[in-house]
Ligand binder design. Sequence first.
Ligand code: BJW
Length: 285
Amino acid sequence: MTRIAIGSGMMRGNDSRRDSPNDLWTPGAVTMPPEKNHQESLEEARSLLAGSAGTVSFSGAGLSAESGIATFRDAQTGLWARFDPMTLASAEGFARDPGLVTEWYRDRRRAIARAAPNPAHRALAAREEIEHITQNIDDLLLRAGADPARIVSLHGTMTRDRCHRHCGYEEEVDMRDPPGVRPCPQCGEELRPSVVWFGEMLPAEAWEKADWLCRSCEVLLVIGTSAVVYPAAALISVAHDAGAKIIVVNTQSSDASALADVEIIGRAGEIVPKLLQSPPGRGRA
Ligand code: BJW
């Protein structure tokens, strides 16, 4: 696999030279003017998108990073660099200290309420034919104007609380003034954010729709995910194995890199609008 240094980042597309026995990436191994390679990869991705009759976006925390929402696994700035996931994002952690978990979510809810959609959210939302699968629990894609019927939220949403016992009770929360710990009015168990914690099943309906979209799409546009959390990350393989072209946008290599037909290393807020500027292709039936 050949990688080409582009300015402060790197970019990689499918490259016929990848069978070369000397196929080791070296930062100095630039064979063409960097701007031309950058432009070529963007054009390749744009052309895949323009010719696609069914494009699906698959996003992670990197999509919202430029809106000021912390990612999970980025060194230093990622949430898991500062907080223990099993203490704050698991049923066991909640059972141990519901007050601590709820306070952590109150802070994050206020941060989401203060945040605004960035150019990547807006570019995705503006392409009405694109279906979206997101691991994000913020509502920025929705606030950018995307059709809610075209958003599959694999890991739930911060905008609602639900009964921890799954009695069926759910309610919307005020994201600017989020509630503290309180009992479910239906069964007395505690209420908690309607998100998916480690060890919990993904919502069945969301999973089934996401799986179907990935089996039937022509292009999967993977944006800002480390692709290490399963079963969500497996959807990239599902689309790839079903014959979809995979375009990856990320500030660095990720576990999605190996499946990419075109990988563009750069910020989502800069790259995604460039990719989606082209007129829609044949559109989804
Ligand atoms: C930019 C950028 C910019 C930055 N522009 N890019 C194998 C099969 C099945 C399950 C497992 C398995 N192995 C292990 C498991 C269990 C576990 C798991 O996957 N663990 C791994 C970590 C090892 N999975 C689960 O537990 C799931 N449930 C499950 O499997 O149920 C079945 C089961 C039940 C019982 C026992 C066993 C199995 C549930 C997973 C739930 C994940 N929940 C969270 C928290 C949500 C609530 C909250 O926010 O509080 O979801 S964890 C966190 O990770 C969050 C995210 O949605 C998810 C994915 O992270 P994401 O979005 O990829 O973010 P990062 O930070 O990792 O990456 C950001 C990327 O953006 C980076 O690559 C940056 O470079 C890039 N970037 N700035 C472009 N400007």
